[in-house]
Design a protein around this ligand. Structure first.
Ligand code: AMP
Length: 413
């Protein structure tokens, strides 16, 4: 096992990074070649621990290989990762390859300690464990992924890239909740923010799209996936973000409520007799778009709206209203905004969401060009007209590439 940072240099000439994103019952993996950022192979193992797990593996493009699917029982993360490693080996990309430079792990919660990607030592792993109480759903799965990868390649540098790290630059007045300071500090209650690798990558790419240095650009990033968050990035540094102690705060999401009066929770306990766990499930899994209209897929919601479905229309309006509030608030936080940028599943693909969120914000210098907004593309692009004071952009996110970049930067010598 790698126990010191000095052990963390990659083998000379090794240029591949395996990125692992371990969820509670799934593992996503991608193998990238850092010489040209090409994706060599990728895959997903889901329903780990259930009766029938499923592995889907995408072999290298251009090699003539087909996407392979395996159904079976993978009782734990170790079995899942071993199966993924077998699939990679079948493509000649086994984990024993000397070309593998490092494994980069997405770790959801890094608390205040981890402000940068970090080589995983025994001490670092202990600290990630110490953060389990503030990320009970995520950090345990990340830890399992790390341990399993260490067992498979004990000699290889492993790097943790934290979802919270990009947000550690938030000023204290943005990060602190207005509650009793001693209670907050005793329980490490503050706003941490999540999706940090995406906000970092997309804000940097937006500066590139504008042809300017990140330090000269103020950007509002709207990461709208099944989970959703906004951030205000001033000169490359995050100054505000919408998620808080947990990923529940902020925007309306696929299944999470986002902002809510905290008194709703005690009301549900006192009046409806719900337990803390039941309220947790309600707000995290049965709220947001799914709670409002029964669907969390924006495509389905738009289809229902086209058929005249009033519940779907109201869910859409609530979703967009919250977005507008954040765009307005973050414009005020930043003072000068150079770009508003949409990313992730909904942000990259749903022109109606983009149109509705920006519509009516002309006074803030925000306008969307209908033709540009209608273009479907996987490339970063502007969707505002030339005359607009503030650029509106769509920039596809790539969290895996960002994790691989940060990992490789740390181990390459
Ligand atoms: P993500 O979490 O970034 O993978 O985003 C997943 C979400 O993106 C889905 O739940 C859908 O709501 C949304 N999405 C994906 N593709 C489209 C599309 N073509 N149009 C509208 N929404 C989409």
């Amino acid at each position: 096992m790698t126990t010191t940072e000095e052990d963390a240099a990659a083998a000379p000439g090794a240029s591949r990074v395996l990125v692992l994103n371990s969820g509670s019952s799934s593992v996503k993996y991608q193998l990238l070649d850092m010489r040209d950022h090409s994706r060599l192979a990728s895959g997903l193992v889901e329903r780990i621990g259930e009766e029938t797990s499923r592995l889907v593996h995408t072999p290298p493009a251009g090699g003539g290989g087909q996407v392979r699917e395996r159904l079976g029982r993978f009782p734990d993360h170790e079995a899942a990762l071993r199966a993924a490693a077998e699939e990679l080996a079948a493509d000649g990309l086994g984990l024993d390859s000397p070309e593998l430079a490092a494994i980069g792990h997405r770790v959801v919660h890094g608390g205040l300690r981890f402000t940068e990607p970090t080589v995983i030592t025994d001490e670092v792993l202990k600290e990630i464990e110490r953060l389990v109480p503030v990320a009970p759903l995520h950090n345990p799965a990340n830890i399992t992924g790390i341990r399993t990868a260490q067992a498979l390649r004990p000699d290889l540098p492993q790097v943790a890239v934290f979802d919270t790290a990009f947000h550690t630059t938030m000023p204290e007045y943005a990060a602190r909740y207005a509650i009793d300071v001693e209670t907050a500090d005793a329980h490490r209650i503050r706003r941490y923010g999540f999706h940090g690798t995406s906000h970092a990558y997309v804000s940097r790419k937006t500066a590139e799209l504008l042809g300017r240095a990140p330090k000269d650009v103020n950007v509002i990033v709207l990461h709208l996936g099944n989970g959703a968050s906004a951030s205000a990035v001033a000169g490359g540094r995050c100054v505000e973000t919408s998620m808080g102690l947990t990923p529940l705060e902020g925007l309306v999401m696929g299944t999470r409520s986002g902002d809510i009066d905290p008194a709703v929770t005690f009301h549900l306990k006192r009046v409806a007799g719900m337990s803390a766990d039941e309220i947790d499930v309600l707000l995290n899994k049965k709220s947001g778009l799914v709670g409002l209209c029964g669907d969390n897929d924006m495509r389905e919601i738009r289809r229902r709206i086209d058929e005249g479905d009033a519940r779907a229309a109201l869910a859409f309006d609530i979703y967009v209203h919250r977005l507008k509030k954040y765009i307005g608030a973050y414009s005020a936080v930043l003072g000068r905004v150079d770009a508003v940028v949409f990313t992730a599943g909904v942000g990259e693909n749903s022109s109606p969401v983009r149109e509705a969120a920006i519509g009516g914000l002309e006074e803030l210098g925000l306008v969307v060009d209908a033709d540009l907004n209608a273009v479907r593309s996987g490339e970063p692009r502007l969707i505002s007209p030339d005359y607009a004071r503030v650029a509106v952009a769509v920039v596809p996110t790539d969290e895996e590439l960002e994790i691989a970049n940060q990992t490789f930067a740390l181990v390459d010598n």
